[in-house]
Design a binder for this molecule. Structure first.
Ligand code: KG4
Ligand code: ZN
Length: 333
């Protein structure tokens, strides 16, 4: 019954989790609020705050799991992709812990871990399944053939879906990160109030930069005619933008599911916390006879529980990494 300590520090969340035999015992997430003032994550600040948060996060994770440092059998950590300075903090901590306790190290790919978050708990998809992974930095349709046998069959050619959410919110004068705020306003708005264009990209790839430009011009023109346009219509604007982003994502997902003949369909990454996208997937799934899988909220955004579950499955395969490992800002599957 391996007990694994997992560390996640790829962006602006410092997270530590403990899992025993594949069951998550604790999952501590320390959010960094310092970036709000800058309208986006400042890498230099993120790594400094990780440095402050990492030890308290691990101590709390051990405490909540009711295990001691001596009970840990292996340390799993995010090697990449992510911000190099942020990754360095987690990787260095994991290496030092493993060295001190003379236990193995397990490297985890952050994007694979988002997909593997579906193996936390009892409601698991069956291989092969499709996973739409949507975060602040990535938008991917992943064909998941096995735990670590994944193929990206579609991805964004420019901005990620979360970036489109965050940039829209910036245009609207909302603070960072804007995704959750767009979600909140959208709940009280009319999703059909305004029509934004759907990009025509071949295959299963995405593009969000044209949408961002059209939103920018739409707001600029309307504010020129009515300076109060945003505050009078914020709910409708957010609902319409959210609907367009969700339909762009779901239309491609549907196309991929049909082409590959797959009916187990999953959602992962920070944007999978979005209410409109979750409801849209559920409705589409009911219509098309899919089994749909949406992670619990705490496993949607960045968290170490997903690193722990990925680490557990690597532990079972005996896949360990040496102490000379270094983080990778870009890390392909
Ligand atoms: O996976 P994640 O926590 O970090 C990255 O690896 O990027 O994703 C963060 C992204 C941000 O762009 C944030 O605005 C978006 O997820 N997000 C949401 C919601 N919650 C987080 N977007 C829309 N609706 C939400 N409820
Ligand atoms: Zn992520």
């Amino acid at each position: 019954m391996p007990v694994i300590l997992a560390i996640e520090s790829s962006c602006d969340e410092t997270s530590a989790a403990v899992c025993a035999d594949g069951n998550i015992l604790s999952n501590i997430i320390a959010n960094q609020t310092i970036h709000e003032a800058y309208g986006g994550v400042v890498p230099e600040l993120a790594s400094r705050v990780h440095q402050q948060n990492i030890v308290p996060a691990v101590q709390q994770a051990l405490l909540n799991a009711k295990v001691s440092k001596n009970d840990i059998d292996a340390v799993a950590f995010t090697r990449g992709p992510g911000l190099l300075g942020s990754l360095l903090v987690g990787v260095s901590f994991a290496k030092a812990f493993a060295l001190a306790k003379n236990i193995p190290l397990i490297e985890v790919n952050h994007m694979q871990a988002h997909v593997l978050a579906h193996f936390i708990g009892d409601n698991k998809p069956a291989f092969p399944f499709l996973c739409l992974t949507v975060s602040g930095g990535h938008t991917q349709i992943v064909l998941v053939k096995d735990y670590f046998d994944m193929e990206i069959i579609g991805q964004t050619l420019d901005d990620a879906a979360g970036e489109a959410m965050d940039k829209t919110s910036k245009i609207l004068g909302l603070p960072y990160p804007g995704g959750p705020l767009i979600d909140r306003h959208a709940r009280n708005g009319n999703p059909d109030a305004y029509k934004f264009p759907e990009p025509q990209i071949p295959g299963f790839d995405f593009s969000f930069s044209g949408l961002k430009t059209s939103i920018l011009y739409f707001i600029r023109d309307n504010v020129a005619a009515n300076p109060n346009f945003i505050e009078e219509n914020i709910n409708d604007i957010c609902a319409s933008v959210e609907k367009r982003i969700a339909t762009i994502l779901l239309n491609k997902l549907r196309k991929a599911a049909e082409q590959y003949g797959i009916t187990d369909i999953a959602l992962a990454g920070g944007v999978s916390a979005n209410t409109g996208l979750r409801q849209g997937l559920q409705q589409l799934g009911e219509k098309l006879g899919w089994r749909t899988f949406i992670p619990k909220m705490e496993y949607c955004t960045d968290n170490a529980a997903m690193i722990a579950i990925a680490g557990y499955h690597k532990y079972l395969k005996g896949e360990f990494i040496g102490q000379d490992v270094a983080p990778l800002a870009r890390m392909p599957f």
